[in-house]
Write a protein that binds this ligand. Sequence first.
Ligand SMILES: [Zn+2]
Length: 210
Amino acid sequence: MPERDTDARLIDEILSVLLGASCAGCDEPGRVLCDGCRELLRAAPAQRVLTGGLSATAALSFEGVAARCIRAVKEEGSTLLVRPLAAALHEALPSDPKALLVPVPTSRASFRRRGYRVPEMLVRACGRRTARLLAHAGGTEDQRGLGRAARERNVAGSMRARHLGAGEEVVLVDDVITTGSTLVEAAEVLSEAGFRVRGAVALAATPKRR
Ligand SMILES: [Zn+2]
């Protein structure tokens, strides 16, 4: 993403001072994100292949400063961090402006808790539009704290396509890939509805266990 909005960044900094902010990455007082941590949010896109052959690219590794900043957006409402994170996501998005970017749906409970949808916000901050082809089917428990098998059971039947497709190419977008089960489910639902899923992009993925 181009360094277009110096003004917006200035406003962020003014707000940070007014709000008595500290860096979400390292707690340094003064700004919501210090220069050192901003540097650590540079995209390093990494690809992995999920169950069923779905190829997923993540801009960041979900650890350290990146994980702290993403949690701050998802759990603490720090929406000022959306723009620097979106700059990383932007590097992983397909450059083809016609590719339909389909966000993984946010559960009603998460939307109520936060008041915003993280994948949508990130894509919009990249200057791209989302195609909300998926809806939450409801009834899914919170994924946090569940193991892989439980997550897979949990997402089965958790979403549905809003309408049928006619072979349009789509790319799924999510915030964080943990096991990948949500993206795999999303890809299956869209394929069954008649879309061609080209792959998936996420802001971050949990590092593979070494
Ligand atoms: Zn910092």
